[in-house]
Design a protein around this ligand. Structure first.
Ligand SMILES: Cc1ncc(COP(=O)(O)O)c(C=O)c1O
Length: 424
């Protein structure tokens, strides 16, 4: 079956043919590739075409696809039962592994998706601060819960307007929008409302393309939260164990009150989490009154995948530096090829994450990112796909590298970059 046929068949039964919108390739004006299997840095589609993968399931597969240690751990654990709905010791093992890298976080709670992690973190922060309003930043994505599905559209300090139909204004009237990397926009929010109990941010933003926060901005944000009695939440669902073993902390040494995790901590299975101090985390049920629960939370198979993934990362010295070197080599090839063609490009990288914008100016926030040439990105994406390189199907996503990305693949990617730019 061709990819086009598979998509058309999927549309007969699945709304829009996909189970997560960006997979539909709409913003690159293409048709999605249907994957039959994946191994190491490669995806194989149902037509037998092989691609070097820089999406990596949107981040989790840092060890590459079907890593043998992760797969063995999953199979071994699955043989003993898929889910108990009762505690198992694997949960404690994964909790200990994660917390060992974050000295200021005492306790963690697992859930099944990043959306749940941030939603629960917000609920917890509101309960702790006893205040209802929150600040989020334009262009940051924290999953699809109602109060976080708010982005640009109104001024930085005005109340948010929803990015989704079906979200009542009453739900989002407590969400204030600020501008990424602009501390004055945060000050304006605090000046406007004395009811702000939480600030949530991706400290390395990966959902408007890759835009790392400035060190001074995060330090000031930390101070502002403390001064105003607001809980600071770092959403590291993407950057946690991706940018470094301590996520954004390695780069700016700023400690958030609550940190959310996802993606890599589940090694490709449904695991996410949020963590904080004993004082904050003791408010969660059954100790406290903040409700959070889930049928499949902490299920043994998912825990086993997370333990195998993190254990392997911890055991491999300089893993993030090596991944970062590869990211830099790719970005250098993009810059060189773009320059030859007279095309303006902006780039960023953090550990195994990298991004590039078709844009003449530096990207500091969402408004800057939106000025990028999305049509050019779509053309470039198309050219790279033709040459067997699978990039994120949107200008506003981050690319990821896995540990299996070898010299051969890297050379092929660089060649594909050169030829794709020539063809633009
Ligand atoms: C920073 C961030 N937070 C939260 C989420 C939501 O996670 P999930 O898709 O697992 O619900 C994502 C997903 O990409 C994310 O990048």
């Amino acid at each position: 079956m061709t990819n086009e046929k598979a998509f058309s068949k999927a549309k007969d039964y699945i709304s829009g043919g996909v189970n997560s919108p960006v997979r539909a390739f709409k913003s690159v004006k293409g048709s999605p590739v249907f994957i039959e299997r994946a191994k190491d840095e490669f995806l194989y589609d149902i037509q037998g075409q092989k691609y070097i993968d820089f999406v990596l399931s949107w981040g989790p597969m840092i060890l590459g696809h079907a890593d043998k240690d992760v797969v063995n751990a999953v199979i071994k654990t699955a043989r003993k039962g898929l889910s108990f709905g009762a505690p198992c010791t694997l949960e404690t093992q994964l909790a200990k592994l994660i917390l060992s890298k974050f000295s200021w976080l005492d306790k963690i709670r697992f859930c099944a998706s990043g959306t749940e992690a941030t939603m629960s973190a917000i609920r917890l922060a509101r309960a702790y601060s006893k205040k209802d309003d929150i600040i989020k930043f334009e262009g940051c994505y924290h999953g699809h819960s109602d109060s976080l599905l708010v982005k640009a559209g109104s001024g930085a300090t005005t109340f948010g307007t929803s990015s989704s139909d079906g979200v009542p204004n009453d739900f989002i009237k407590h969400t204030h929008l600020a501008t990424y990397n602009d501390i004055h926009s945060v000050e304006r929010c605090f000046a406007k409302s004395n009811q702000i109990g939480a600030v949530i941010i991706e400290p390395i933003a990966g959902n408007m393309g890759l835009v790392p926060a400035h060190l001074t901005f995060l330090v000031r944000l930390r101070d502002l939260c403390r001064a105003n009695g607001a809980v600071l939440i770092f959403d590291e669902v993407m950057s946690g164990f991706r940018a470094s073993l301590t996520g954004s902390y390695k780069f700016n040494k700023v400690k958030a009150d609550i940190v959310t995790f996802g993606k890599v901590i589940g090694g490709g299975m449904n695991v996410a989490a949020f963590a904080g101090s004993d004082e904050i985390m003791s408010l969660i049920s059954p100790q406290g009154g903040v409700y959070q629960a889930g049928t499949l939370n902490g299920n043994p198979v998912a825990m086993a995948a997370g333990i195998a993934t993190l254990s392997k990362l911890y055991a491999t010295p300089h893993i993030y530096e090596k991944l970062n070197d590869k990211a830099k080599a790719i970005l250098k090839a993009i810059q060189n090829s773009a320059k030859k063609k007279g095309i303006a490009i902006q780039t960023a990288h953090r550990g195994s994450m990298f991004g590039f914008f078709f844009n003449e100016n530096k990207i500091q926030n969402y408004a800057d990112a939106l000025k990028s040439d999305t049509k050019m990105y779509a053309k470039f994406h198309n050219q790279m796909l033709k040459r067997g390189v699978y990039l994120a199907p949107s200008q506003f996503e981050t690319s990821f590298i896995c540990t299996k990305m070898g010299k051969n693949s890297l050379e092929k990617v660089i060649e594909a970059i050169e030829n794709s730019f020539k063809a633009l």
